[in-house]
Design a binder for this molecule. Structure first.
Ligand code: ATP
Ligand code: MG
Length: 669
């Protein structure tokens, strides 16, 4: 069988493994995803029904890349490729959950027209409840809406009691335990009254449905095979769902790397992957892979050194036969602006040598860290696409239009309704609340709305009622946009520029058969933002990838640049400073480094600004190389410094010649 010939023995064993539960646990770039794709292709070749295979991974993009790979392999084996669409159940836990819940809605007490709140909507609703209970007015500051949501989410996803979550992760909120409990009760009641689910509900409701033996059997029987990639980043709820789907583990394959677990802040737990084998009798078969096919040995040596210091780890060091004389570079730079110039220079230099832009990526800790680089790239006309930033969906005008669609789908969705109604001139929050109250409990809210007289001094009421009426998809979105146009122009001075986003949204929407499916996908897995000024790159155009490290999971590029490899960024100073959080930051750096195939460059700007929450203002920091790369590891790097050629540095040594803070720390190990 030709397609198995390229695999090594361990990979092939995993591909050909039978129906008993299987765990593939191995380090970065060892071919886990590749093996999973081959296993899937192999199953199809043996006659498995693609509609009875459930494939889950961490993003929709990753899922579609995987199905494309499968399709390519089957094409080479059988002459006919399975169109990616044949695998009808490929997606994320949340996406699959949403679909199941909608299918089963009427049987489990949900209204099938439910809408889904993204994190921002959820925080808004939490805030509403906070106000209603009067907690926001307390003398001593009650936790902010985002913190409340984070606490709630952690409790739901981890299954750990509130009191414990507070003590372990939010000690400064522990005094509010009683109030928080009441708040969360109100929040749940509000969601139910409004027929909305938040992200966590998609898992929670699914897990709860699975507790019913009848439903568990029904849902479990939908699939002969369940395959999951990136299992190290799942939480307790997800593990519960999985074990309820396949209690005996038959047909179950999970894949992951404990050293790359980077979602503990969302209650993911590496215990899931470590405990997987023992969940079954006899225990699941475990396959480990030790050869890395992705990176050159010098890159791997440096990455291994970083992760070797991790306190707890199952997977072992990797080796590669891809030799190279080029060590990863660690470049000291005067500041972030210079870092941006340096990266842009290097990207272009790489392109000169024949590397396309698409073969290169720039990674960073949080979305805001790429700001300077985005400006520099735009200035130099280097097109880019940014992954992991939510900018596109967060833009006010995009949210406005989505609020209209959501409200049309589910007129009880208060967050959407509140936003939408206030677009009308003369309609303030008080009136919006009154209108929403009046339709909150009637059987047909849209009809009630249509019968309501226009509130006084409000213009455009009839047009709004008209655009909310049912219409064919995707024309409905076109109509919504036309309705929104005058508001856009009235509200935003730069309407011209924003209009392009709305057209892009319409383009994305046109690929969907229904409003509901479009809204679900766009909420669960937002489309990537592009370099707006440079124009949206066309399909076959070359562009540079900008991505948060979290969103770069599972991917690889010839050249990888990591920005701000300094303390305060990686590791981030936003954590609680607990050692578990630090360990997660170390793994994050490991994930970033192991994305590189041939060339890895870590940027160390010696001064940089962090934009904290608005209250605290911008902070200006003198940075030091990340604590995860200690002096004794520098031998694995080519350490240089770079300053812009035009800078007139006098006789004094250039910034970055000495890193005093790192050396001082190194004294203590
Ligand atoms: P990550 O932990 O980052 O998700 P992974 O273990 O899933 O990595 P893959 O992405 O599957 O690794 O593979 C990494 C690279 O190695 C890919 O380019 C893949 O094509 C290549 N590769 C995997 N197995 C083999 C093999 N047997 N022969 C040649 N190349 C391979
Ligand atoms: Mg992978």
């Amino acid at each position: 069988m030709g397609y198995l010939q390229n695999l090594n023995d361990a990979q092939r064993a995993a591909v050909e493994h039978g129906l008993e539960p299987l765990l593939i646990i191995a380090g970065a770039g060892s071919g886990k995803t590749n093996t999973l794709a081959h296993r899937l292709a192999h199953l199809l070749k043996q006659g498995a029904d693609p509609r009875r295979i459930l494939l889950m991974t961490f993003s929709r993009r990753a899922a579609s890349e995987l199905t494309r790979r499968v399709s390519r392999i089957t094409e080479s084996v059988m002459g006919t490729g399975y169109a990616a669409e044949a695998l009808t159940w490929a997606g994320t836990f949340h996406g699959i959950g949403a679909r199941l819940l909608r299918d089963l809605a009427l049987q489990i007490g949900l209204n099938p027209e439910f809408t889904i709140h993204d994190r921002e909507d959820s925080a808004d609703l939490m805030n509403l409840c906070r106000h209603e209970l009067g907690f926001s007015k307390a003398q001593i500051r009650f936790p902010a809406k985002g913190t409340c949501l984070a606490i709630y989410s952690r409790v739901v996803n981890s299954g750990i009691p509130l009191a414990e979550v507070l003590i372990d992760h939010f000690p400064w909120c522990a005094m509010w335990e009683v109030e928080l409990k009441r708040l969360f009760g109100a929040y749940v009641a509000a969601k139910q009254a409004q027929n909305v689910l938040d992200y966590d509900d998609l898992l929670l409701a699914w897990a709860q449905v699975m507790q019913d033996p009848g439903f568990a059997a029904h849902i479990g029987a939908l699939w002969d095979h369940v395959l999951i990639d990136e299992y190290q980043d799942t939480n307790r709820l997800q593990a519960r769902i999985l074990l309820a789907l396949k209690p005996e583990g038959r047909g179950l394959t999970v894949v992951g790397d404990d050293a790359q677990s980077i979602y503990a802040f969302r209650a993911a737990t590496v215990r899931n992957i470590l405990d997987f084998p023992g969940a079954f009798t006899p225990p699941a078969r475990v396959v480990t892979l030790e050869r890395n096919y992705r990176s050159t040995q010098p890159i791997l040596t440096a990455a291994n050194a970083v992760i070797a210091r991790a306190s707890e780890r199952f997977t072992k060091d990797l080796w590669s036969d891809r030799t190279s004389l080029e060590k990863p570079r660690l470049v000291n730079l005067p500041n972030e602006g210079d870092q941006a110039r340096f990266v842009a220079d290097q990207v272009l230099a790489n392109r000169e040598t024949g590397m396309t832009l698409k073969q290169q990526a720039v990674l960073f800790r949080t979305s805001s860290h790429s700001g300077q680089l985005e400006i520099e790239l735009t200035r130099r006309n280097i097109p880019f696409v940014k992954f992991g930033g939510l900018k596109f969906l967060e833009a006010a005008h995009v949210k406005d239009l989505l609020a209209l669609l959501r409200f049309a789908q589910n007129p009880r969705d208060r967050v959407a309704g509140f936003r939408l109604l206030q677009l009308l001139p003369g309609l303030g929050p008080g009136t919006a609340a009154k209108v929403l109250d009046r339709i909150a409990t009637v059987p047909d809210p849209l009809a009630a709305l249509a019968q309501m007289p226009a509130p006084t001094k409000v213009t455009g009421w009839e047009d709004l009622i008209a655009v909310l009426q049912p219409a064919a998809w995707p024309e409905a979105l076109g109509r919504a946009r036309v309705w929104y146009e005058p508001h856009l122009e009235r509200i935003h001075e730069d309407a011209e520029f924003r209009r392009a986003d709305l057209l892009q949204l319409e383009q994305i929407a046109s690929a969907y058969h229904s409003r509901e499916k479009f809204l679900t996908d766009v909420t669960l897995d937002p489309p990537e933002a592009t370099s707006a000024e440079a124009g949206v790159p066309l399909k076959d155009e070359d562009y540079l990838i900008l991505s948060t490290i979290h969103s770069a999971k599972g991917q690889e590029w010839k050249a990888v640049f990591v920005l701000n490899v300094v303390d305060g960024c990686i590791s981030s100073d936003l954590g609680t400073g607990q050692s578990a959080d630090l360990e997660e930051e170390r793994r994050l750096l490991y994930v970033a480094m192991t994305r590189a195939k041939d060339q890895l460059t870590l940027g160390v700007p010696l001064r940089f600004y962090v934009t904290q929450q608005a209250k605290r203002g911008d902070r200006h920091l003198f940075a030091a190389r990340t604590r995860f790369i200690t002096s004794d590891m520098l031998q694995h790097f080519d350490v240089t410094r770079w300053a812009p050629p035009h800078a007139t540095e006098a006789a004094s040594p250039a910034p970055g010649s000495v890193d005093i803070r790192a050396s001082m720390r190194d004294m203590w190990g």
